[in-house]
Design a protein around this ligand. Structure first.
Ligand SMILES: [Zn+2]
Length: 417
């Protein structure tokens, strides 16, 4: 199937983009639609690569606004974990479908997820048409009697996630060093190396978890992960707020990626922003995430892009930190080989966003700066994933049905929790 986008603005040039199957075949001012092809007239719109949400727990849309304004550990222990204990496959499926509608409508074409019932997440990705890097989650709570059985079920889940086709990439999701034992993390490192699959893990979100790690093992979390064979170019560390200079150098040397979640970090008041200028100088690969809808509470990654830029400038007392073009590269996964974002060019996957730039908010000014500082997901008009148009005129085909079904499930899990 061939689809041609005409009249789109790309780097202040008007271009056409020819998509064959799931791949961009040609880009340029001379690309025009051939008779009989599907055509999108993108006059008045800028084209950009799809956004990559590098860290979320999609189905937590079910818990949006559930226990807001509580300290992190109290929130997890008194609200989230008890409610999550009752979650079913169908709850996660519909919560994820709702998250996907929200992410697609705001320009996200790939998301890195960590949540229970990974197969429900994978099925939601397939049914909705979005790309998902879906985790086989492992939490053994440092209990040696549970660990072997939990590792076995994580491996079964990983195997199952491999069967959902090209949109779903399986990953290992050990929650964090404070919830997963050293032997299980060592096992994760081995499976990741053997199979070449990513490891998605929380790391250094709070000062308390770092202190706990130092007390228990004598070293900080990134050093511990490295010692256990978990830190590699396949590793995605969510948060990284409290990584110290030695850890940043180690993360860079191993080629691991940090997914920063500036809105979640501020809402939960974790006390420190991810030290981005230091990380960038050290050569750390960086991506941008929303975290779950219960701690953000939005999945509109463009808002996180602005929050990231502002937080970093403010923390550094330097407005030249995190300039717009760099922030867009981070938000589209182009600052990490693991996240795999690519510029719009022949041979790249056809994961594209058309942003309305003839609006009140965006008609005047530089497109890149506007996208970071002035746009929200509401300015996204069209989204294409793997060559398929999933959002057109801001509409996702079955959004109303998804909202209704997810609301039913949210009501049940919040009542039973
Ligand atoms: Zn998280």
């Amino acid at each position: 199937m061939t689809l041609t986008i005409t009249g789109a603005t790309l780097h202040s040039q008007t271009v056409g983009i020819r998509i064959v199957g799931d791949t961009i075949e040609r880009v340029g001012p001379d690309v025009v639609a051939e008779p009989g092809e599907d055509v999108i007239d993108a006059a008045g719109m800028a084209v950009m690569p799809g956004l990559v949400n590098a860290h979320t727990h999609a189905a937590m849309t079910l818990f949006r606004g559930y226990g807001d304004d509580l300290p992190l550990m109290e929130w997890l222990r008194t609200r989230i974990w008890p409610a999550e204990a009752h979650l079913t496959h169908d709850d996660v499926y519909w919560g994820t479908r709702l998250a996907i509608v929200e992410m697609l409508r705001s320009g996200t074409t790939t998301f890195w997820d960590m949540y229970w019932h990974g197969e429900a997440v994978a099925q939601a990705c397939v049914d909705a048409g979005i790309r998902g890097v879906v985790s086989a989650v492992l939490i053994d709570q440092h209990d040696p009697s549970l660990a072997p059985q939990l590792r076995e079920s994580a491996e079964q889940s990983l195997d199952a996630l491999g069967g959902y086709g090209p949109l779903v990439r399986p990953a290992l999701g050990p929650h964090a060093v404070y919830t997963v034992s050293d032997p299980s993390l060592e096992w994760i490192g081995g499976i990741s190396a053997d199979r070449g699959v990513p490891v998605h893990i929380h790391c250094s979100e709070t000062e308390g978890e770092v202190a706990e790690c130092v007390e228990a093992s004598g070293v900080r979390p990134a050093v511990l992960l490295d010692r256990l064979g978990v830190l590699s170019e396949r590793t995605l560390l969510a948060h990284g707020c409290w990584l110290d200079p030695h850890e940043l150098a180690l993360v860079a040397e191993r080629g691991a990626t940090v997914a920063t979640n500036p809105v979640s970090n501020q809402k939960l008041a974790v006390g420190r922003h991810f030290p981005y200028p230091e990380a960038a100088t050290a050569g750390v690969a960086v991506g941008l995430g929303t975290d779950g809808a219960a701690s953000n509470n939005s999945l509109d990654l463009l808002q996180d892009a602005k929050a990231f830029a502002l937080a970093q400038k403010f923390a550094a007392h330097d407005p030249t930190v995190a300039p717009a073009a760099e922030v867009l590269e981070i938000a589209t996964g182009q600052r990490s080989a693991l996240l795999g974002g690519q510029p719009i060019e022949a041979g790249a996957p056809a994961d594209l966003v058309l942003l309305r730039t003839d609006s009140v908010e965006l008609a005047i000014g530089d497109v890149e700066a506007n996208t970071v500082y002035a746009a929200t997901g509401a300015d996204v008009d069209t989204v294409i994933v793997a060559g398929r148009v999933l959002v057109s005129g801001r509409q996702v085909a079955d959004a109303d049905d998804v909202v209704a079904r997810a609301s039913e499930h949210a009501e049940r899990v919040r009542r039973d929790g």
